[in-house]
Design a protein around this ligand. Structure first.
Ligand SMILES: Cc1ncc(COP(=O)(O)O)c(C=O)c1O
Length: 344
C-alpha cells in the first residue's frame, strides 16, 4: 500500500529508534529528564523563542496557548479553515470559554487588514478580541507557507492593538525549508509557537510549545492540568532531538515528491489539481461532478493507494518520510489506471 493519507503516518526509522533506546531519562514531571530538557532548549533556539515545553501533541500545545492568552468571553481570530477552529473538538470553547471568529480565506492566509477590520469597540456588548492564530503551513489551505510579509503584518497589527499571536507551526519546518528561511525567522515575534514532531519530522509522538521564559510556570501548570506532564519522556525527547538534527533538510525531498505528484496529476483530465505558488508536502485535488468520488476513493484503495478524502469531492495526498520518489511514480500509475479505465 502506498499511503499518502497524512504525514502523521511516518514511522520512526531504525536510527531514530536507536537514539530513543539509548536516551538518558529521568522524571519529566519533576523537570528531571535531561533528554527532554535538551530537546526543549534546542527547539526554543530553532524557533526563535526563549523557552519551549515538550508536550504529547500539537493539539495540546494549541490548547495551552489558547488558555494562556484567553479567558471566558474572549475572542480568537482564526482562518475559517484553521486547525484550531475545525479539528480540535471545540477546545477554545471548552478550555478557555472563548469564541472563535473565523476569517474567510481559502488559502488559510490572511493579512494585517483582516485583523484591523475585526478589532472591536471596548463595550460591554462585544466579546474582547485577544488572540490571533496563524497556521504555517496552512493544512486545509493546501500546505501553503505564509509569505513573511503577511505574517509580519499580522504580528504588527496585533501588537499595536494589544492582541496576542499564537503560531500553529505544526509544520513550520516545511514552511522554513520551502521558503529557504531559518525557522527562527518565522517563529520570531509570536507570543507562542507550536511545533509538531510527529508529522513530517517523523517522530512517533510529541510536540513543543515555545514561548517567553516569564510564562514557563503557567505553561507547566496547564500541562499538568491537562494531564500532559510525563515521566521518562526522554525516550520521546531523543526522537525529537534526532528529528531536529536529521529530518529537517530532508523535507525538501517531500516537497519535490509532492511537486512531481501534482505535475503528474495535472495531466490526468479526470482530476482538477489545486495550484499553489509554493508547494510543500501536500497536493489537494477535486473530482468534477461527472465522476464519482466514492468510486475514485474505492478504486484507488483496491489498487493499493490511499489518499485522504477531505470532503465530498476534495481529496488530499501528502508526501512524507515513508514515501519515496518511486512510490510517487507508482502512485501516479495507479491514478492513471483508475481514472482512465475504471472511473465512470
Ligand atoms: C495545522 C495543524 N495543527 C495542529 C494539528 C494537531 O496535531 P495532533 O493531531 O498531532 O495533535 C494538526 C494535525 O494534523 C495540524 O495539521
Amino acid at each position: 500500500m502506498i499511503d499518502l493519507f497524512s504525514d502523521t503516518l511516518t514511522r520512526p526509522t531504525a536510527a531514530m529508534r536507536s537514539a530513543m533506546a539509548s536516551a538518558e531519562v529521568g522524571d519529566e514531571q519533576r523537570g528531571e529528564d535531561p533528554t527532554t530538557r535538551r530537546l526543549e532548549e534546542r527547539a526554543a533556539e530553532l524557533l526563535g523563542q526563549e523557552c519551549a515545553t515538550f508536550l504529547p501533541s500539537a493539539t495540546m500545545a494549541n490548547a495551552i496557548a489558547i488558555q494562556l492568552f484567553c479567558g471566558p468571553g474572549d475572542e480568537i481570530l482564526s482562518a475559517e479553515n484553521g486547525h484550531v477552529l475545525n479539528y480540535e473538538a471545540g477546545g477554545a470553547a471548552v478550555h478557555a470559554r472563548a469564541s472563535v471568529r473565523s476569517i474567510p480565506t481559502w488559502t488559510g492566509i490572511f493579512g494585517k487588514n483582516a485583523v484591523l477590520q475585526r478589532l472591536r469597540q471596548d463595550t460591554p456588548h462585544a466579546p474582547r478580541p485577544r488572540l490571533v492564530v496563524v497556521e504555517n503551513t496552512t493544512n486545509a489551505g493546501g500546505g501553503r507557507p505564509w509569505p513573511v510579509e503577511e505574517s509580519d503584518g499580522v504580528l504588527e497589527a496585533a501588537q499595536q492593538n494589544g492582541l496576542r499571536v499564537h503560531l500553529d507551526g505544526s509544520r513550520l519546518f516545511n514552511a522554513a525549508v520551502a521558503l529557504g528561511l531559518p525557522a527562527r525567522r518565522l517563529g520570531r515575534g509570536f507570543d507562542s509557537v507550536t511545533l509538531c514532531l510527529s508529522k513530517g519530522l517523523g517522530c512517533p509522538v510529541g510536540a513543543v510549545l515555545a514561548h517567553r521564559r516569564e510564562i514557563s510556570v503557567q505553561v507547566r501548570r496547564f500541562k499538568q492540568l491537562m494531564g500532559g506532564a510525563m515521566r521518562q519522556s526522554g525516550i520521546l525527547g531523543a526522537a525529537g532531538l534526532y528529528a531536529l538534527e536529521h529530518h529537517v533538510q530532508r523535507l525538501d525531498e517531500d516537497h519535490a515528491n509532492a511537486n512531481a505528484l501534482a505535475q503528474g496529476l495535472e495531466e490526468i483530465s479526470q482530476l482538477v489539481v489545486e495550484k499553489i505558488p509554493l508547494r510543500t508536502n501536500m497536493v489537494y485535488f477535486e473530482v468534477p461532478d461527472r465522476y464519482s468520488p466514492d468510486q475514485l476513493e474505492q478504486r484507488l484503495l483496491a489498487n493499493g493507494l490511499r489518499v485522504s478524502r477531505v470532503n465530498h469531492r476534495r481529496f488530499r495526498a501528502v508526501t512524507h518520510l515513508d514515501v519515496s520518489a518511486q512510490d510517487v511514480q507508482r502512485a501516479l500509475a495507479i491514478f492513471r489506471q483508475v481514472c482512465q479505465n475504471e472511473l465512470s
